[in-house]
Ligand binder design. Structure first.
Ligand code: PMP
Length: 361
């Protein structure tokens, strides 16, 4: 068997030991005589799996008791609709920070559901290559919430700080940097993210919602999109994606065994620093993101001669380094180095980049 280093932005690489455990438990989960895929979501075995996963996630993220963890479906994209549906009452406005493509998708969805969606800050004048500095934000202290994207996965632009919003609930799309470092959950009203980067396989979506933001919608919400229904039913109003939930649970156990989010953060910082340092010291590769806004999860880079891009990608694949192409909207290269990417994968990428440069210059 030969596994490559997979730099995909998501669905992304999973820890190998998690995949091995899932394989070993595939046909008979711990003496139950069946696969997790075949279990009733209301039976005692799956109840044990789901409850352990939530408890481990709470421990990892240090989630206070006055927050619900909701295991939902529809990806982060569904959350961009659920947030205004659940939090925005008629006559209220909501503030959004425009940091690029994912923020804009959230804004577009919110505009379908709310009459008064404000852009409180944008980095358009910087071509979205940095997060807007806080002194440019024009926030409304009466807003129902303020929404931002902590890591713009496509451009590789991220926040290294948490905005201070006073009493306005802070809502964060954390899809691509959730669980990458410790955060103070108590600063947020809602945190949401699709699983397929740092949590597990696609199909399950996590929303961490503060209790006082649940159940106050003044419009009819479809049941599967209602935080109150999800909270009341323990995320089992309808059949949840049970296998994704189970695998997410294995990833949480793996992350705890690695030493939790502080240890994971230290490794993530080391991996990203190695790659950015190499790029910064080369005239063959470049990264155009403002240094203070560089993502630790998605490292984007350009080749000085862009006609070499397809050859770079091809040779990388020959070297077992896959999915390095940038997003179709931006071009260039992107190495996504989420929690499950070992340091050895980053070292192998740098060694390949060096060799490619040497052969071409
Ligand atoms: N927000 C961000 C920051 C993302 O990276 C993505 C997916 N790459 C999404 C939202 C959309 O997520 P999903 O496909 O889970 O709906």
């Amino acid at each position: 068997m030969s596994r490559c280093y997979n730099f995909s932005p998501g669905p992304a690489a999973l820890p190998e030991s998690v995949l091995e455990q899932a394989r070993d438990e595939m046909l008979d989960w711990r003496g139950s005589g069946m696969s997790v895929m075949e279990m009733s979501h209301r039976g005692k075995d799956f109840t044990a799996i789901s409850e352990k996963a939530e408890a481990d996630f709470r421990q990892l993220m240090q989630i206070p008791d006055n927050y619900k963890v909701l295991f939902m479906q529809g990806g982060a994209t569904a959350q961009t609709a659920m947030v205004p549906m659940n939090l925005l009452r008629s006559g209220q406005s909501a503030d959004y920070i425009d940091t690029g493509i994912w923020a804009q998708k959230a804004i577009k969805e919110a505009n379908k559901l709310g009459a008064n969606i404000r852009i409180a800050a944008t980095s358009e004048s910087d071509n979205f290559m940095k997060v807007p500095s806080f002194d440019t934000w024009e926030c409304d202290s009466d807003a129902a919430y303020l929404h931002y994207v902590s890591n713009e996965t496509i451009a590789g632009v991220g926040f290294n700080w948490i905005p201070e919003t006073g009493g306005v609930p802070l809502v964060c799309d954390m899809s691509s940097d959730i669980m990458s470092r410790p955060i103070d959950v108590s600063k947020f009203g809602v945190i949401y993210g699709g699983a397929q980067k740092n949590i597990g396989p696609a199909g399950i979506t996590l929303a961490v919602v503060r209790d006082d933001l649940i159940g106050h919608a003044d419009q009819a919400i479809p049941s599967v999109m209602d935080y109150a229904v999800a909270a009341k039913s323990g995320s089992m109003y309808n059949t949840p994606p049970t296998y994704s939930w189970y695998l997410a649970g294995l990833v949480f156990e793996w992350a705890l065994a690695k030493g939790g989010l502080a240890a994971i953060d230290a490794l993530n910082q080391k991996k990203a620093a190695k790659l950015y340092d190499y790029i910064d010291n080369s005239s063959f590769y470049s990264n155009v993101v403002s240094p203070e806004s560089r993502s630790l999860m998605n490292v984007t880079f350009l080749l000085a001669d862009d006609s070499l891009e397809s050859e770079f990608i091809k040779q990388a694949v020959d070297n077992q380094l896959v999915n390095l192409n940038g997003h179709r909207l931006l071009g260039g290269m992107r190495a996504s180095i989420y929690n499950a990417m070992p340091e050895a994968g980053v070292d192998a990428l740098i060694a390949f980049m060096k060799e490619f440069e040497r052969a071409k210059v």
